[in-house]
Each structure stands twice: as C-alpha cells, then as structure tokens.
Design a protein around this ligand. Structure first.
Ligand code: GTP
Ligand code: MG
Length: 569
C-alpha cells in the first residue's frame, strides 16, 4: 500500500523525491518477502537501514556478505513430513541457527545458515556415510546432506519458499488489477525478481562447487555473475558462475624489487585459452564424477568463452561455469552499478526483459535471438538518450574513476568508477509509464540499418559492419554483442515494439474503472503487452485463411504500415 501511494505521487514531485519514493518501494519489495527466519531478521533490517543512509552498497560488499553466509550454510534434503520444531532442535545441538528456509525441487530441501562456521564442521562430523546394498558410492563428503528419521514421521507444518515464477496468466491477472502502469511495472518486478532465499541458494551452490574445485585449487573462489547478481535476475534464470583463480595465478602478485625470493614451478601451456580449457575439462570431470546433485555435465570448451554446462538438481539451477572470464565480471559490475544509480533503471530493464521473454524475443536456447545482455544494453542506451539523461555514459563513468578502479583486461580498458557518491545524476522526472512507452517508441523508429548502439558514448554511431543489429560491446569495443541476431529476429523485435507502443497509447481509453478485488478486469496497460502478440497472430491467421480482422487490429496494422502512432483518444 505504501508503495502504491509513493508511486501515485511521482508525477507531482521533483527528481530527488521521485528517486526516494521508488527506493522506498524497492526496499518495501525486498522486506515484504515472507521467510522462516529464526533470528537475525531485526538485525538485517537495521543493517539495511544503515546502508540506505550511507548510500548504496557495492557489488563487492553484497557478494562478500552472501559468500560469508554461504560458507556457514548447509543444504539438507528432508522428508516433506519433517517436523520443523524437531528439525531445528536437532540442528541447534551444533550451534545457533541464524536463518533457514524450506523449498521444493525434486524433493524437499532446507537451506540452513549457522551463526558460526564451526557449527557446520560439527554437523558434518556427525553425518554418516549411507549404507547401500546394491550400488557403490563415491565417498566425496560435501555440505549437501539428507535428513534421516528412524522414528515415525511427524506432522508437516513448514512453509515452502517458491523458487520459480507463477505462470504468466496469473501474472497478467494480477497486473490487470493494478491501478496504474507504474504500479504494474513494480508489481511485475515484485512477482518475478530473485527472492532473498533464491539469491542465498545461488551463493550456496557456488560454495558447494567451490568445495569440489578446491580439490585442485584450494585457494580458488567460485562466484556468481550475470543476472544472478546484476539486479535484473528473474526467478528461474540460469546460474552463471566463474572459477576465479586470480588469487593464485600471479595476476595480483607483486614482484620483489631486490633480495632473494622463491617462486613456484608451474607447467607451461600454449595460451591462456588452452589453460582455461584444460582446467575446465578436469573440473568438469570432477563435477560429473564426484559432485553430488550435479547431472548432465557438458564440456563446451571450443566456444569463444569455454564453459561447463550442467544442472544442479537439488537447487534446480542450470549452471554455466566459466574461468578466466574477467570481462563478463566487469560487465556484471557495470550493469549492477547502472541498476543502483536510479531505481527506474532496474524496473525498466526488468520489465523489458520479461516482456521480451513473454514474446519469444529472448530465449534460453542459443540461436539468432536477442540475448538478455544485449537487451539490457539497449535499455541502458535508451535511458542515456533521455533528455535530460537518466544515466551517464560509460565514458563519463570512466572519467570519474579513481586509481583503484583502473582495470585493463587483455588490452581492453575496463575502467569505470566504483564509488557511487562521485556520480552526479541529472534531474529527470519521467515516470515508469512514460519511460516504458518512450522505450517502445524509440526502438520502433530506430535506424538499425545504419546505426550502432553505443553506451560508451551514449550516442548512436555509424555501423562498422553489416550485421542487422549492432550493439558495441562496452569493453571489447571492436566486438558486436548482438552479432548472432538475424534480420528476422530484429524485425520481430521492431514489430513488437510498434505494437506495444500502440497498445500503450490506447491504454488511456482501455484502463478499466471500478475494479474491485476479486473481479478480474480485461488485461490493460502492461498486462495487455504480455499477452500473445496480436500482430503475429493476425499475420499468421491471414496466411492460413483470409478472415476479416477486428476493427482494433485493422487500426493497429494500418498504423504500423504508416509507421505512425494512433492518436490518444
Ligand atoms: P539471463 O541468463 O538470460 O537471465 O541473463 P544474463 O545477464 O545472465 O545473461 P547471460 O547468462 O547470457 O550472460 C551472463 C553475463 O555474461 C551477462 O550478464 C554479461 O555480464 C556477460 N555477457 C553475456 N554476453 C556477453 C557479451 O556478448 N559480451 C560481454 N562483454 N559480456 C557478455
Ligand atoms: Mg545468465
């Protein structure tokens, strides 16, 4: 309720209060997640407030906190009839449980975080190797455990935390009941964003994988990147992880200026790529043969960026494990930073990503589709092109960088400021509704044939090559991040932008009045944009049999043909 009030007032105030209102909405969203929190909730809220006062938190700070939690956590497969009270009492013998929650994925699981790491060691000491009569077991002990109950099972009373999104039809119904498009955008984000629990689970899976990789590289870290941490992740998105060997690779080491010193003797290889391939190959074998819960390991070592792909069954995550992929880490940091600068960035990117997925513009299968990364860069570029701009250009962020921000990766300058307080934003007061509508207008008429999208300059540039869609890679500037996109897919994107723009221009007249809880109004505003495309449908229907189109569709097709917006009535 507080959030809808805040949004209603957006039109009336300046940029400062607009951002503050949306930030309150964001905080409200995060706090509104129901969890089975044992203690510590009060502490977490107090911490959040302190952080809010002192500005936004860096990705490093967020990651460090989550990694700490993950190392103190275990993942336990339980029976659905596990008695929660007894379960907690059983665990508490090893130390204070800080937080826990249950979820379902091929069985029921509990994520349990202890206050101290020693409690995990104590718990593992008590765990037994299972006895099986007909199969052999790989004796690799990990923090993935099973709860056994020799007594008769108790009653079930625990709540499950959802790890997947509700079906799109339910979402459309929910959005249709909202009172404004701004509220719809917020509600969509609230329904589909990663939850606190899902984020914890992602870091815990990384921590479990790190235990496997540590057999070879004890000082390595495995950490998430991409949409698991950039602020734009949707429940159910893949888990991109990187094996970080920087701490041991010598990249961060200082060479002594004088005197004696020792160095390791290391095996030599032909190239960095060959080293990455052989490390991933061995870790892939290990994950496949010894990793509890890891199934379907594929080694995709000849890709531009070699990777291991597998499913982690207990969490339900599809994992992509890469190594030596520092540019992707930088891209993640950049996207996170932009998302933190102004809450409208996260809301808009999230909404456009969900809209694109609903229409098959993006896909989880590799192909000629626009990727979520490309789409995000397109939204950022659009926000740089507002007047005044909502976010600064990458070159501007580079200019604000301090000495500690300097970053050169394989000859590419990846430097940009990390201190949020150095970034001054301009005063733009556009609402989410205006921005969504303008986004579709912008790309309905963008000169894709001639121009390239460039967030480094914040201006379109002449295209250096003939690909249908050219989006300059922000860090490897000679590359096009959307090289894979063909003319058909770009055409679909543009047609859908035109249709969505048209639908939003109609929304003044279609917004229902007198909607009460319980009765579901016809989809309007953002809800209408998530429904199957009328343009695609009518086109294919016309191909099959020449049926007369409804007046509404005729008007839409006519306006698309003339490339004009129908007038608001
Ligand atoms: P989804 O997985 O689709 O939810 O989004 P994602 O942002 O995680 O995208 P994806 O899994 O395809 O890629 C993971 C991360 O790798 C992205 O967030 C980027 O940081 C980075 N990345 C992906 N594609 C490119 C690319 O073409 N160029 C660069 N520089 N980085 C990329
Ligand atoms: Mg991803």
């Amino acid at each position: 309720m507080a959030s809808s009030l805040a949004v209603c007032r957006l039109h009336m105030r300046g940029r400062g209060s607009l951002v503050r209102s949306l930030r309150r909405v964001e905080t409200f969203l995060h706090r509104n997640i129901g969890t089975n929190v044992a203690a510590a909730e009060g502490d977490a809220l107090r911490k959040e407030e302190t952080d809010e006062k002192h500005g936004r938190r860096s990705l490093y700070a967020v990651q460090a906190e989550r990694q700490g939690e993950a190392t103190r956590s275990v993942l336990i497969n339980c029976s659905p009839r596990t008695n929660e009270k007894k379960f907690l009492k059983f665990l508490s013998r090893h130390g204070e449980v800080k937080k826990y929650f249950f979820y379902e994925s091929y069985g029921m699981y509990a994520v349990v975080e202890f206050t101290n790491r020693e409690s995990v060691a104590s718990l593992l000491e008590e765990a037994a190797i299972p006895t099986v009569s007909h199969e052999a077991l790989v004796p690799f002990k990990s923090r993935l455990l099973s709860l056994k109950n020799v007594d008769s099972a108790g009653s079930t009373n625990q709540q499950y935390q959802p790890q997947t999104t509700a079906p799109i039809n339910q979402l459309i119904q929910r959005l249709s009941r909202e009172e404004s498009i701004d509220r719809q955008v917020i509600s969509l984000t609230e329904s589909y964003q990663l939850t606190e629990e899902n984020s914890r689970l992602r870091f815990l899976v990384c921590s479990l994988l790190q235990d496997i990789a540590a057999a070879y590289f004890p000082e390595c870290t495995i950490k998430p990147f991409g949409s698991s941490v950039n602020g734009f992740g949707k429940l159910g998105c893949d888990l991109d992880v990187i094996l970080d060997l920087d701490g041991i690779s010598g990249r961060k080491a200082k060479t002594p200026k004088s005197g004696l010193s020792l160095e390791y003797q290391l095996k030599r290889a032909n190239s960095e790529r060959a080293v990455t391939q052989s490390i991933l190959s061995v870790i892939g074998e290990c994950v496949d043969q010894f990793g509890p819960g890891c199934v379907g390991v594929q080694k995709i070592l000849n890709a531009r960026c070699p990777l291991l792909r597998f499913a982690h069954q207990p969490s339900g995550f599809q994992c992509d494990l890469t190594a030596n992929n520092r540019v992707a880490i930088k891209s993640t940091e950049l996207l996170y930073l932009y998302g933190q600068l102004d809450p409208r960035v996260r809301f808009l990117v999230f909404t456009v990503r969900c809209w694109a997925r609903a229409h098959g513009i993006t896909s989880s299968i590799p192909g000629a589709w626009i990727t979520n990364f490309s789409l995000t860069v397109m939204v950022l570029f659009f926000l740089q092109r507002r007047s005044p701009p909502i976010i600064p250009t990458l070159d501007h962020l580079k200019g604000l960088a301090g000495p500690a921000d300097k970053s050169m990766i394989e000859g590419n300058d990846c430097t940009f400021v990390s201190d949020f307080s150095r970034i001054q934003l301009q005063s733009n007061t556009e609402t989410l509704e205006q921005l969504l509508c303008e986004f579709f207008d912008f790309y309905s008429t963008f000169a894709f044939t001639k121009m390239s999208i460039n967030i480094r300059k914040g201006k379109e540039q002449n295209k250096p090559e003939v690909s249908p869609l050219h989006i300059q890679n922000p860090f490897e500037t000679s590359l096009n991040v959307s090289k894979n996109v063909n003319a058909t897919q770009l055409g679909r994107f543009v047609a859908l932008c035109q249709e969505s723009s048209w639908l939003l221009h109609q929304s003044e007249t279609t917004r229902p009045t007198g909607v009460t809880a319980g009765n579901t109004p016809r989809p309007w505003g953002l809800a209408a944009l998530l429904q199957p495309s009328q343009v695609a449908e009518i086109k294919s229907r016309h191909k099959r049999r020449r049926e007369p189109a409804s007046e509404r569709i005729k008007s839409l097709l006519e306006s698309l043909k003339n490339n004009k917006q129908p007038k608001k009535s």
